[in-house]
Design a protein around this ligand. Structure first.
Ligand SMILES: *[C@@H]1O[C@H](CO)[C@@H](O)[C@H](O)[C@H]1NC(C)=O
Length: 601
């Protein structure tokens, strides 16, 4: 009886157990099904409809134009097949990269990738679809019209890092962006071009996902309206309603960067669509640059602010490669590359500008004699004030200006100017040196350093008397900057990319392996001082080690640029080769036309 009972009990028990097991199994399957990102099942490539594409609510393409176009005819992309450009990247010999080297590279690359994945997943969780994640308060913030600046800016980084599931999830959202705004009256033409249009075009070039091109064209058509002004010069503050009516008027005081940083994006859009209108309208700006280059107060360069309303006037007196000017210079040689070497004007503009920069803006810092071996061979680029007769160098170093090393080196390769490659290296190493000069291992946003007064950028000895006179003022309540700095104008580090950008380009061009260790040191310092529990944040003061104060800001360029350059320098040199891609100023690689291809036109 006992036995019978127990065996019947066993049967019941087994049946129940089976039932439970079955329910459990079904639950498991369901949970897995819902937890696993279902965008995974979206085909890797697909027609744009499969992404849930939605057209913008305003049809910018068919907006009637108010003002006549410049000249009599549309300017087409230069004819002929692209030239064979000089090789940019260093050719690593067989066996030059050892197994140990490759292992270190892999480990460093993976560390960068996890940092990016962490920042991205927090953006996804707390700020999805917003422009930025506030990395401490963990909210979304919108500063760029709320179209999802971080989302679009990160697309190509996700692709390059092999975060394909994250990429597809972001493409789904990007394919519904409405290029119009209910949030704000206007957007910045410059920021929208470099972050959104550059981001979409680059992600399209890498993935060939058609929906990204569709959204890029819609956006390009919107930004094209910025040129519908009486003289066809663009307006940076893009007011949506005025743009729709063709009532925009170009500014009397516009920063040089905003007018000079549209060319790569607009040209690539013409190349991939076959529609010349985008190229035509920026080619008009090139002509203005060409017309005025020799007539400014510092011939060869253009001032930081130009008058776009009355043609293209250049009466201002401040000249720099830093804030508000920077990428206007960066784009000259890059345009030569993107046009396959078929437009000599860009070569001329670039070489003339660089020769003026070399003569008047570059300087060598006066360094203390504390270096055990030889002092570092470094240069910086400052700001010049000129009234046309007296030329004053302000030895101010901006983090934003650190891109100049890469610019000189790239142009040096493109135009066979070996000296420019060397200057590029001295500039790149200058910024890297400045990272090391502060206790956090990070460079401040703006500082000043006493220049040598030697000819031809030659080194000079430390001059204690000059230091006492020109060094930091001895006010008791002011924190003194470390020698040899004479002032720190802005102590912040804002997660900026320009220094690693130049170190990356110099590594790809020279193959010098010590640059990898420099890059790794920079990465570790950035990680240590900016990491929050779930992301990374700008900090208030690079002079405070240990407890850095965070600003609760993580701009979209952190993933788009800074982490991309770190990832690429620790990857094999063929990944996004400088012989196949040109980076826009937001680190978005655009594909260079191949000599055999010709343009689509
Ligand atoms: C290291 O990686 C490079 C490519 O990145 C490769 O060409 C080389 O063969 C690798 N070296 C070894 C020893 O595996």
């Amino acid at each position: 009886m006992g036995e019978q009972y127990s065996s019947r009990a066993m049967t019941v028990l087994t049946a129940r157990r089976l039932q439970r097991l079955a329910i459990f199994a079904i639950c498991c399957i369901l949970v897995t099904y819902f937890l696993l990102d279902r965008t995974d099942r979206v085909p890797h490539r697909g027609p744009w409809q499969t992404w849930g594409y939605v057209h913008s609510s305003f049809d910018w393409a068919n907006r009637p134009r108010k003002h006549a176009l410049p000249g009599s005819a549309m300017t087409h992309l230069p004819e002929g097949s692209p030239r064979e450009l000089p090789r940019i990247q260093y050719e690593f010999a067989n066996g030059e990269l050892s197994e140990a080297h490759n292992k270190t590279q892999r480990e460093r690359r993976d560390a960068v990738r996890s940092t990016a994945a962490k920042s991205w997943s927090s953006y996804r969780e707390f700020a999805w679809g917003h422009d930025e994640l506030l990395p401490q308060s963990l909210h979304g913030a919108d500063r760029f019209s709320g179209w999802g600046a971080t989302l679009v800016d990160s697309l190509d980084t996700l692709w390059i890092m092999g975060l394909k599931r994250e990429f597809r999830e972001a493409v789904r959202v990007a394919s519904k962006i409405d290029w119009d705004s209910t949030q704000s009256q206007d957007c910045s033409m410059f920021e929208t071009t470099i972050r959104y249009l550059g981001g979409l075009l680059s992600a399209y070039d890498l993935s060939e996902e058609d929906v990204l091109l569709k959204k890029a064209i819609e956006l390009g058509d919107m930004l094209y309206a910025s040129f519908d002004t009486p003289n066809n010069m663009p307006v940076n503050i893009f007011n949506f309603e005025k743009a729709k009516e063709g009532q925009l008027v170009a500014n009397q005081r516009e920063s040089l960067a905003t007018v000079g940083t549209l060319s790569l994006e607009f040209t690539r859009l013409s190349q991939v669509t076959g529609d010349p209108k985008y190229f035509s309208i920026i080619d008009n700006i090139k002509l203005a640059f060409e017309r005025t280059q020799d007539d400014t107060k510092l011939p060869g360069m253009w001032p930081t602010f130009v008058d776009l309303q009355n043609g293209f006037l250049t009466p201002d007196s401040s000249f720099t490669l830093g804030s508000s000017s920077d990428s206007a210079y960066e784009y000259l040689s890059k345009m030569y590359g993107l046009l396959g070497g078929l437009d000599q004007t860009y070569k001329k503009l670039h070489l003339k500008a660089m020769s003026t920069v070399k003569k008047h803006l570059l300087f060598r810092p006066m360094l203390p004699d504390t270096y055990p071996a030889t002092p570092p061979d470094i240069l910086f680029s400052g700001t010049v004030l000129s009234n046309g007769k007296i030329i004053d160098l302000l030895p101010e170093v901006q983090h934003l200006g650190c891109f100049a090393g890469g610019m000189f080196a790239l142009g040096g390769k493109l135009f066979h100017e070996e000296e420019h490659v060397k200057i590029g290296e001295q500039l790149a190493r200058g910024c890297a040196w400045m990272y090391d000069a502060f206790p956090t291992g990070l460079m401040p946003e703006v500082s000043e350093i006493i220049p040598c007064k030697t000819a031809d950028l030659a080194p000079c000895d430390w001059d204690e008397a000059r230091w006492k006179e020109e060094g930091p003022s001895q006010e008791a309540d002011m924190k003194q900057p470390p020698k040899p700095f004479s002032a720190i104008r802005d102590q912040q580090y804002q997660l900026r990319p320009e220094a690693i950008e130049s170190v990356f380009i110099l590594y790809r061009i020279t193959g010098k392996k010590d640059l990898l260790d420099i890059a790794w040191r920079m990465f570790q310092s950035i990680k240590k001082s900016t990491e929050t529990k779930l992301a990374h944040s700008s900090i208030t003061d690079v002079q405070l080690d240990g407890f850095t104060t965070k600003i609760d800001s993580m701009e979209s360029f952190w993933i788009a640029e800074t982490l991309k350059y770190f990832y690429l320098i620790f990857s094999e040199p063929q990944l996004i080769s400088l012989d196949e891609y040109v980076f826009n100023t937001e680190a978005h690689p655009l594909r260079l036309p191949k000599p055999t291809e010709g343009h689509k036109l």
